[in-house]
Design a protein around this ligand. Structure first.
Ligand SMILES: [Zn+2]
Length: 242
């Protein structure tokens, strides 16, 4: 069977002398691992388009127990993102996160749009890394079914003051019920509601002071780690680089 779909290359692994195994986030079939034969050869037409962080149109053949990339045409390479280690390591973390959270063999259009928008804004430096990290984490988590409860403290039914967020329970809470919770601001709560609740193309349309962006990024990372229990080495690498 032949599949034709837009996809972003999340990761590549060298196999043998000239082949690559490519992890793709496809629009129509979610996360797919596919072989790109001879892709490491400079004269291969798959060479450019099967590098990590390349977005393009892929023709993929499904065999008995593996996928093969027949053809690939690059649409965006994010060249400027590759020049600088910090943005690059954050971009690689976004890709690793999508590989963990996005579905396999079912449509993943919204995941792909979040990734492409975040990579674009990271490349053009239009938003800060803390901002993009929080937006990407929280929206991918929401898409994957880990949407936090941001309405009120579930124990007493009010929006408390002072305000806490419990990464473990995945909700806002008050000082009494929120032991181990993180103190957040009304601005951070509004940002979290915006990221989780707005249509995908609106999620970047808000502003926070720099200190609150940093707090938002810390809260979303703790929430991600508590809820999913995953260890992502690209996140450890990014945090070590900062
Ligand atoms: Zn309470």
């Amino acid at each position: 069977m032949k599949l034709q779909t837009d996809a972003l290359v999340l990761k590549t692994t060298d196999t043998g002398e000239s082949d690559r195994l490519v992890t793709l986030l496809t629009r129509d079939y979610g996360v797919i691992r596919a072989f790109a034969n001879r892709a490491k050869k400079f004269n291969s037409r798959l060479h450019g388009a099967t590098q990590s962080l390349c977005y393009g149109e892929f023709t993929i053949r499904s065999g008995r127990d593996s996928y093969m990339i027949d053809d690939a045409t690059a649409k965006a390479m994010f060249f400027d993102l590759r020049q600088d280690l910090l943005p690059l390591s954050l971009a690689q973390y976004f890709c690793a996160l999508a590989a963990v959270l996005a579905p396999t063999e079912e449509p993943a259009e919204e995941y792909l749009r979040v990734l492409l928008n975040s990579l674009h804004l990271l490349e053009t430096q239009r938003r800060s890394r803390d901002f993009l990290k929080a937006v990407t984490e929280l929206r991918l988590l929401t898409l994957a079914g880990y949407m936090p409860d941001l309405t009120a403290c579930p124990h007493c039914g009010i929006v408390p003051e002072p305000l806490f967020f419990s990464p473990k329970e995945g909700c806002i809470c008050c000082a009494e019920s929120g032991r181990g919770g993180l103190r957040i601001t009304a601005g951070v709560l509004a940002a979290m509601r915006h990221i989780c609740g707005q249509p995908v193309d609106r999620i970047y349309a808000f502003a926070l002071p720099e200190r609150e962006e940093a707090l938002l990024a810390r809260v979303s990372e703790r929430f991600l780690l508590e809820q999913t229990g995953v260890r992502i080495s690209a996140l450890d690498f990014y945090n070590a680089m900062r």
